[in-house]
Design a protein around this ligand. Structure first.
Ligand code: 9MR
Length: 332
């Protein structure tokens, strides 16, 4: 009976049985979501969506340094392991976010007053302990997150101040040593079009490649803003130049800040849906863009806390953006 209903659904053109991941698979695209662990643990509406639509999961917060090494040398993998077994059970890939960042670091790290050698040891130990723990389970890691400044050049962080600019190269080498099979990514925001920041990232990853540093790809976070949408042509150009370096692109944290939009909610949602569709299309067209990940599932749980940035509303009902992505994947 169930099969007949699915067949009927397909015949009359509804694709309710097919999740986004099913539509994306023949187009060689992975579709993922950042996971809120509280929702994962006790909300079946949430897990129903995950299991229907996504084949990649990434912890929104649970695998960051403050969570995984809350005290120096004391690691806590409880939540990450839970997500990892959930992913395994549901045939999903687990993406790792993130090994090295300047935010969400534990207090012992920021207050540590470490000298160069000691901080290098902290960095190496963190990267290698975490990457070894998830070896064979995390298929791709954001090794270094947001290390380029918004105003040009390297961002001034504790890592860079103490360790020097080349901490990035060493971070990638440590990660590769610990897990030779995971794909290693540099991940950042506001760097999807051709701009100062994406130029800096391009030059950086070009040098890393030239120096033989093990880097496989660049994560474009894509926290977009509806009132100042990015140029799709420039996104395409940016993906293309990374392809020229042999680098893969993952869209890692897609959402749309919709506040400030002048118009009705319906107009706002339609414009948001178009942006979703345009970006999925540009990714489908780029040879090296293999993954589209949204930064959360429902609007109610988004870090943006306003508007309709995601594909489901706060009541778990699909937004127009959901159907727009569906259409893009179907080539409509
Ligand atoms: O969505 C995350 C939010 O719950 C955290 O409070 C915040 C802490 O800085 O991090 C958010 O996720 C960020 C991600 O890890 C890196 N890129 C920007 C994301 C949104 O701020």
């Amino acid at each position: 009976m169930k099969n007949q209903l699915i067949l009927l659904g397909l015949l009359i053109g509804t694709s309710s049985a097919q999740g986004l991941k099913d539509l994306a698979a023949p187009r060689n695209l992975d579709v993922g979501a950042a996971i809120n662990m509280f929702q994962l643990m006790d909300n079946p509406d949430y897990t129903d969506i995950l299991e229907k639509d996504f084949n990649v999961v990434v912890a929104e917060n649970a695998m960051k340094m403050d969570a995984s090494q809350p005290q120096r040398g004391e690691f806590n993998f409880a939540l990450g392991d839970l997500l990892s077994s959930y992913a395994q059970k549901n045939n999903m890939k687990l993406r790792g976010h993130t090994l090295l960042w300047h935010e969400q670091v534990p207090k012992w790290m920021t207050d540590g007053n470490f000298g160069k050698d000691e901080l290098e040891e902290v960095m190496k130990n963190h990267i290698q302990t975490v990457a070894s723990h998830y070896k064979g389970r995390v298929y791709a890691w954001d090794v270094v997150n947001e290390a380029i400044s918004d105003s040009g050049g390297m961002r001034d962080t504790l890592w860079r101040r103490t360790l020097g600019d080349d901490f990035i190269a060493r971070a990638f080498r440590y990660a590769r040593e610990a897990d030779p099979n995971a794909k290693l990514f540099y991940n950042d925001y506001n760097s999807e079009t051709m701009n100062r920041k994406s130029n800096d990232i391009f030059e950086m990853v070009k040098k890393l490649k030239a120096d033989g540093v093990p880097i496989d790809g660049v994560g474009m976070q894509m926290h977009l803003t509806l009132v100042a949408p990015p140029s799709i042509t420039e996104i395409q150009q940016n993906m293309k130049r990374l392809e020229g370096l042999g680098l893969e692109v993952h869209i890692t944290e897609f959402d749309v800040r919709t506040t400030g939009f002048m118009g009705t909610v319906a107009e706002r949602n339609a414009a948001t849906a178009k942006l979703y569709k345009d970006v999925v299309n540009v990714c489908l067209q780029a040879k090296n863009c293999t993954t589209f990940i949204v930064w959360g599932v429902t609007d109610g749980q988004s870090w943006l806390k306003a508007g309709s940035p995601l594909m489901w509303d706060a009541f778990f009902k699909p937004n127009p953006a959901y159907f727009a992505v569906q259409e893009a994947l179907q080539g409509k």
